[in-house]
Design a protein around this ligand. Structure first.
Ligand SMILES: Nc1ncnc2c1ncn2[C@@H]1O[C@H](COP(=O)(O)OP(=O)(O)O)[C@@H](O)[C@H]1O
Ligand SMILES: [Mg+2]
Length: 116
């Protein structure tokens, strides 16, 4: 599965769940061992008790379930699977009404080897 799809899902969400005038920021960082990609927004946020469920297939939070924005609830499941396939990890930090940060961590060794 393509890594670009994993990232575009995160960026799409950040834009979709942030009101006009908000901010979406994508940053890349690395240390000797890992590459860190984070997608940060100033959007609606995700309740603490839902943060562990959003990576499940078809899960949409209470806040977005009945929205006209639409969505399948599959994006993050695909992202999660892709990240794990690249030996990586993903974590979310979020506060309702403040925003969210999704951080993907990929071992550099794996990046150099071309994701084999
Ligand atoms: N950046 C975000 N801000 C707020 N809620 C989010 C964000 N990203 C994901 N979510 C929540 O997680 C759910 C699952 O995300 P995703 O799998 O991409 O499905 P969807 O098709 O609904 O976007 C979304 O429906 C939304 O409730
Ligand atoms: Mg989505």
């Amino acid at each position: 599965m393509k890594f670009t799809l994993a990232l575009s899902n995160l960026i799409e969400n950040a834009i979709k769940y942030t009101a006009n005038g908000g901010e979406v920021k994508v940053t890349l960082q690395s240390d000797l061992q890992d590459l860190f990609i984070s997608v940060q927004d100033t959007g609606i946020g995700i309740a603490k008790e839902e943060q562990s469920k959003i990576f499940e297939r078809f899960y949409r939070t209470d806040k977005t379930r009945n929205r006209e924005t639409g969505g399948t609830g599959l994006g993050l499941a695909i992202t999660y699977k892709t990240v794990v396939m690249h030996n990586g990890a993903i974590q979310v930090e979020s506060e309702e009404g403040i925003g969210s940060i999704f951080t993907v961590q990929i071992p550099l060794r794996h990046v150099w080897e071309g994701g084999r």
